[in-house]
Design a binder for this molecule. Sequence first.
Ligand code: OAD
Length: 254
Amino acid sequence: MDQIAVDPALLEAARAARRVVVFSGAGMSAESGVPTFRDAQTGLWERFDPAELATPQAWETDPALVWAWYQWRTGLVRHVQPNDGHRALAAWARRVPMTLVTQNVDDLHERAGSEVAAHLHGSLFTPRCSVCSAPHPSDGGLDVEPTGPVAPPACARCGGDVRPGAVWFGEALPEDAWTRAADAVDACDLMVVVGTSAVVYPAAGLPRRAVESGATVIEINPEATDLSPLVHHSWRTTAAVGLPALVAAVGANP
Ligand code: OAD
């Protein structure tokens, strides 16, 4: 398939980059078949806003409902594949120093061959005890959408309910991941922001921080976001179309 043309100014910035940060959100995995947070939910989940399931309050009220939602998403992610955008980033990282920072809780960057420096919002594959924080092995989630709540397993150490490894609204981000991300942003000369609505803070502050520190910031998103007016290049394309075109144009084909 022919690749789309890359804006020459955007391409020049990408070619000149010596330290790249990629900051990805749910749109990065949309073409793999993972629904974004602002997409309408289906089936059992139609009645729920993801922002209401991803909270400590929801867990306190109905842990089995929250556990079922994360188990369904874990299984869904396990059954899909990285897309050409994930693969293009892995190829580019072999050519230029790149720090990959993601808000995504899936493992599609890793499965495409990238090293992820910071999973700012945790991971679907690292459940832990909600009482003593002991890690609990992931069982890979559910193969089919559940028809109702699913009781969380018991912690092998203390018997407490095991909770998802994702960060919920109102919780602090993992400190080490945040530090790695912020340090890389401060040191980069190019930031590529892919597939995020950039409305959930503090993560959404990272592209703004890059602009303020003098880096060139490119946004790849089919829709305009709050970030669009602030960045140097806002490219209306998708992750699986734009990234392979950009990476091929800088000469870093897989
Ligand atoms: P959102 O669902 O808020 O936004 C997804 C963005 O991806 C939107 O701006 C879409 O326009 C864009 N998009 C859709 N398809 C795309 C494609 N094929 N290629 C590129 N972009 C595409 O997801 P996030 O910004 O990641 O946090 O959400 C941020 C955080 O809010 C999440 O990490 C999660 C969520 O609630 C927590 O759970 C704490």
